[in-house]
Design a protein around this ligand. Structure first.
Ligand SMILES: C=CC1=C(C)c2cc3[nH]c(cc4nc(cc5[nH]c(cc1n2)c(C)c5CCC(=O)O)C(CCC(=O)O)=C4C)c(C)c3C=C
Ligand SMILES: [Fe+2]
Ligand SMILES: [Fe+2]
Length: 385
C-alpha cells in the first residue's frame, strides 16, 4: 500500500511533465506567425445583467481609470455600476442586431476578410480577433495561437491613435499572459497607424464617396472618443494624434479652415475631458446656423455604440433640436476593401524579416529541436508515451 503522501507528490510531478511534453509537442507543427487583432470589447447582451461584468472589467482596468484603487472600487461598485449598467443597456438595445453587437460582428467580418486576403501569399500567418474586455478574450486567443505553434506574434490594436487607456491596456494584457509562459513568442506591437497615408486616404475617400451621393455639407465634424484632460497633461499623445489625423484628412479633402472642426465625445464622470465636447459642439453649430452637418469618427475603426447610437442617433437629435436640419453620419471603415488593404500593408511592413511574413517556410530552430529531444527523453524515462 502506498503511503498517503507519496501518491500526490508523484502525480504532481507527472502532471507537470505531461504538460511540458504537450507544450513541446506543439512545436512538431511548423512554426507560425500570428496577428492578434484587438478591439475594445462589448457586452454579451444589451441587458443590465450583461453590462455589469463588462463595465466592471473595463472600468476596473487601471489603464482606463487612474483613480487610486480602494476609492475607485467603492465608487465603481457603489455608484457607477448600479446606475450605468441599466442606462448603457438601453443604449446598446438601440444598436443591437440579430447578429449581436455591431462592434463585434463588424470586426469579425473585417478579421475574416483580412485573413482571407493574407492566406494565399502567407499561409503560415494566422489571425485571431480578440477583445480587451468581454469575449473573445485576449488570453483565449493567445492560448489558441500557442496551440498553433505561433512563435512570432504581431499585435494589432484597432486604434489608429495611441492612448494609454486603450492601446497600452492591450499591451498589458498580452505581456501579463507572457509572464505565465515558459516559452513565449517573439513580439511586435503596432502602437498606432494614424500617420499611414493609406489610412488617411481611405478615410478621405469614404468622405468623398459619401459626398458624391449626398452633396457637400456646411461643415465636416471630426468627432473622436475623449479621455480625461489630465491624461493629456500627464503625457498621453492621443489628443495630438487626433488633431494630426483630422488635419491630414482635411488637407486631403482640400478643406478650408472653416469647413471642418474637431470635437471629443463619450465623456464619463465629472472630471474635465478633452475639449470641445461633441454634444456641446453639435448644439453650438445648430445655434450658429449650420444646417447640414456631416460627422466622421476617425478614432474608431469599427462602428459601435459610440458612433451608431451616440452620434448617428443621439447626436442627430441634439443637432436638430438646436436648429440644425440634417446630421449625416459617415460610417467607419469597417470591413471595406480599403480598410483590409490598409491593414494588410501595415501588417506586412511590421512583419518584415519574419520568415512567415516573407512567404518563406521556417525550419524548426535548434533550440526547439533540443527541447523536443529533451522532452522525448523525459517521456521515455517516465514512460509517458
Ligand atoms: C474612463 C472611461 C473611459 C475612457 C478613458 C475611454 C476611452 C476610450 N474608449 C474608446 C473606444 C470605445 N469606448 C466604447 C465604449 C465605452 N467607453 C467607456 C468609457 C471610457 N472609454 C464606457 C463606459 C463604454 C461602454 C458604453 C457606455 O457605458 O457608455 C466603445 C464601444 C463599445 C461597444 O460595445 O460598442 C469603444 C469602441 C477609445 C478609442 C478611447 C480612448 C481613446
Ligand atoms: Fe470608451
Ligand atoms: Fe457613449
Amino acid at each position: 500500500m502506498q503511503s498517503s503522501n507519496a501518491q500526490p507528490a508523484r502525480s504532481r510531478h507527472l502532471v507537470t511533465t505531461r504538460q511540458g511534453v504537450a507544450e513541446v509537442t506543439a512545436h512538431r507543427q511548423p512554426a507560425r506567425a500570428g496577428i492578434l487583432m484587438v478591439n475594445l470589447g462589448t457586452p454579451d447582451a444589451p441587458t443590465a445583467k450583461a453590462l455589469r461584468p463588462y463595465l466592471k472589467q473595463f472600468l476596473g482596468d487601471p489603464r482606463v481609470v487612474e483613480v487610486p484603487r480602494p476609492i475607485w472600487w467603492l465608487i465603481l461598485n457603489g455608484v457607477i455600476l448600479p446606475f450605468r449598467a441599466p442606462k448603457s443597456a438601453k443604449a446598446y438595445a438601440e444598436v443591437w442586431t440579430n447578429e449581436g453587437s455591431p462592434l463585434l460582428f463588424n470586426n469579425r467580418r473585417l478579421a475574416e476578410k483580412l485573413a482571407t486576403e493574407l492566406e494565399p501569399d502567407l499561409p503560415d500567418v494566422s489571425l485571431e480577433l480578440a477583445m480587451s474586455y468581454g469575449q473573445p478574450s485576449i488570453q483565449a486567443a493567445l492560448e489558441r495561437m500557442k496551440a498553433n505553434n505561433v512563435q512570432r506574434l504581431l499585435v494589432l490594436p484597432m486604434y489608429p491613435q495611441y492612448s494609454a487607456t486603450t492601446t497600452a491596456s492591450v499591451f498589458d494584457q498580452v505581456t501579463t499572459w507572457m509572464q505565465g509562459q515558459r516559452f513565449f513568442p517573439e513580439l511586435r506591437f503596432i502602437n498606432d497607424f494614424y500617420r499611414e497615408s493609406s489610412w488617411q486616404e481611405a478615410i478621405a475617400d469614404s468622405v468623398r464617396r459619401h459626398q458624391a451621393e449626398h452633396g457637400k455639407p456646411d461643415k465636416l465634424l471630426f468627432s473622436f472618443h475623449g479621455i480625461p484632460k489630465r491624461n493629456l497633461q500627464a503625457g498621453d499623445p492621443y489628443y495630438c494624434q487626433c488633431q494630426f489625423s483630422a488635419r491630414k484628412i482635411a488637407e486631403r479633402l482640400n478643406l478650408g479652415e472653416d469647413d471642418w472642426q474637431v470635437s471629443f465625445q463619450s465623456r464619463l464622470g465629472r472630471a474635465e475631458w478633452l475639449k470641445p465636447y461633441t454634444d456641446h459642439t453639435l448644439e453650438a453649430l445648430g445655434h450658429a446656423g449650420v444646417k447640414k452637418l456631416q460627422v466622421i469618427c476617425p478614432g474608431f475603426s469599427i462602428d459601435c455604440l459610440e458612433t451608431l447610437e451616440e452620434i448617428a442617433m443621439e447626436g442627430k437629435e441634439e443637432f436638430v433640436e438646436a436648429g440644425g436640419e440634417d446630421l449625416q453620419y459617415i460610417p467607419c471603415l469597417n470591413e471595406s476593401d480599403d480598410h483590409v488593404a490598409v491593414l494588410k500593408q501595415l501588417c506586412l511592413r511590421h512583419g518584415q524579416g519574419w520568415p512567415e511574413f516573407e512567404g518563406r517556410c521556417s525550419e524548426p530552430e535548434d533550440h526547439v529541436r533540443t527541447r523536443l529531444e529533451q522532452a522525448d527523453k523525459a517521456a521515455v524515462t517516465l514512460n509517458l508515451e
